[in-house]
Ligand binder design. Structure first.
Ligand code: AHR
Length: 517
């Protein structure tokens, strides 16, 4: 993000062109027997960087903490909440931090670990007390697949190759695994997902794509072996609409060395004027929705380039940083990126996850930035208190799509208009799980009007219907430490199943997930 990401006029044209200009009604056709692609659970991934109060004072309160219940220093309430969320994968230690991080400083006796300065995020001292063992053991407790981001910007090929050996080689079969055993862990963690640098075009080294592509080839060559689990190596990807970046990487890196290519896109109105996280105007809300919906264009256009070089879709598009980014909460450290989370964020999560689901053929991993106390968090903490944000609830409602078969949903929607501007009001996606249940997630971003949609269910014989909804009176509403459950999902009664016709009335600014069988 450290470069500016402009809004594209193309996006609006594309979005609006996909809809009849002045659709009078919302309608959809769901072909319940036409599924082809599986929605990878890793689309429902999260991100934990050494940034502000995400790791320290967030996940990790220290293993000598007697006030906040914890296991080896990690908060028990966070472990339980993330377990329930079904976190596909968790990315660590950055972000920009990753390209300054030297993993060997974060293993072994904590008292002997060297300190460093966290140059990207507030210039605070990093004492390396939360390191590789802490993170990987925490992932085991949460049930999330770890995603380790390696240091390319200021690290070495040897250092990254040693990290793979340290976490993946069987006990006492290599110098690194012997060291791991000495440090208290016998069995390897068998980490599959590895990032090779982060934002190489910016904080990861300000590289040109041709230079980074060569570096990637070199690093990736030495990252093989050690475990029976195949490595999934993710190249640092484009900044939003930098299509040349994807083109060069796809052209210059052989498929045998790269399993994924990243993309970063944040929902930002203007980088120089992001606006408040809570008391925003409708104009600002509209700007956020426009930026969030831009994901459709980005994913489509990056995928088209990937299709040219990789028609078999072997390489995944990994959107490993996405989410809303606003001004920090007044009075907080500007380098800590702490912001509240409102119904606007629930809308961003709902429409973005629908886009990812609908592109399941190519988008097979994504990471919301970030899990705790940073940007669009699912969890906020304040000393011993912890709250779940509206975004948490959307991610939890949508987890029914994980590893289910995507069902094509042909959607025609009316517009949400503000002045002369318009955006599609309703978005959706659908999938069928192993138990034969079809789940449909729908979002109405219009803050002023309910939207009724009729869905023609084809290719199935549906008899039962249940649903949940997340909404609130105002789009600026949020959960606070004083009112932690103001916004939470409740039973939805606004849908009727009549034979093969499903009629749903979505209140303003609502996310609904329906299950039909
Ligand atoms: O998520 C915050 C920062 O945004 C990350 O460290 C970086 O990769 C991006 O610019």
């Amino acid at each position: 993000m450290l470069l500016k990401k402009g809004l594209s006029v193309f996006l609006l044209a594309a979005l609006v062109a996909a809809q009849p200009a002045n659709a009078q009604e919302n309608k959809a056709i769901l072909n319940a027997d036409a599924g082809k692609y599986v929605i990878n659970k890793n689309i429902y991934g999260h991100f934990a960087e050494h940034l502000g109060n995400c790791i320290y004072n967030g996940f990790y309160v220290g293993d000598t903490n007697k006030v906040i219940p914890n296991t080896d220093g990690v908060r028990n309430d966070i472990i339980a909440a993330l377990k329930k969320l079904k976190v596909g994968n968790l990315r660590w230690p950055g972000g920009c931090f990753a390209d300054t991080y030297h993993w060997k400083d974060g293993v072994g006796p904590k008292a002997k670990r060297p300190s460093m300065v966290n140059v990207w995020w507030g210039g605070v001292t990093e004492d390396n007390s939360f390191g590789t063992h802490d993170f990987l053991n925490m992932c085991e407790k949460i049930g999330a697949e770890p995603y380790l981001a390696g240091n390319v910007g200021s690290g070495t090929v040897q250092e990254l190759s040693d990290w793979v050996q340290y976490v993946n080689s069987p006990a006492n079969t290599s110098p690194m695994s012997t060291w791991r055993v000495q440090n208290g862990r016998k069995d390897p963690w068998n980490v599959s997902i590895w990032g090779v640098g982060n934002e190489a075009w910016g904080c990861g080294g300000n590289m040109k794509p041709e230079f980074y592509a060569n570096l990637f080839r070199q690093y990736s060559t030495y990252m093989t072996g050690w475990s029976e689990k195949k490595l999934f190596r993710v190249a640092s990807g484009a900044n939003g609409g930098d299509y040349n970046w994807t083109e060069v990487l796809m052209r210059d890196i052989p498929a045998s060395l790269m399993e994924g290519i990243a993309l970063h896109h944040y929902t930002v109105i203007k980088w120089e004027q992001k606006g408040p996280a809570r008391d925003f105007t409708e104009q600002q809300y509209f700007g956020s929705m426009r930026s969030a919906l831009q994901m459709e264009e980005l994913v489509t256009r990056h995928s088209t380039i990937m299709d040219k070089y990789d028609p078999a879709k072997r390489v995944a598009l990994v959107v490993d940083e996405w989410g809303g980014w606003y001004d920090v909460e007044p009075g907080t450290n500007p380098g800590f990126l702490y912001q509240q989370n409102t119904i606007r964020d629930a809308m961003i999560a709902g429409v973005t996850l629908n886009i990812f689901n609908n592109h399941a053929d190519r988008v097979r991993m994504a990471n919301l930035a970030q899990a705790v106390n940073v940007l669009q968090s699912v969890i906020l903490t304040n000393k011993e208190k912890m709250i779940l944000t509206p975004t948490y609830h959307v991610m939890e409602m949508y987890n029914v799509h994980q590893d289910a078969t995507l069902l094509p949903l042909q959607l025609t929607t009316t517009n949400y208009t503000l002045g002369n501007d318009k955006l599609p009001a309703v978005s959706g996606s659908a999938s069928k799980n192993a138990a034969g249940v079809t789940n449909i997630s729908l979002v109405n971003i219009d803050p002023n009007k309910p939207q009724t949609i009729t869905i023609d269910l084809r290719g199935g014989n549906f008899k039962t219907l249940t649903g949940r909804i997340l909404t609130s009176k105002k789009v600026q509403d949020y959960n606070s430490f004083d009112e932690p459950n103001k916004i939470q999902p409740v039973e939805f009664k606004g849908a009727k199943l009549n034979g093969s016709s499903l009629e749903v009335t979505l209140p303003p600014c609502s996310v609904v997930v329906l299950a039909v069988k």
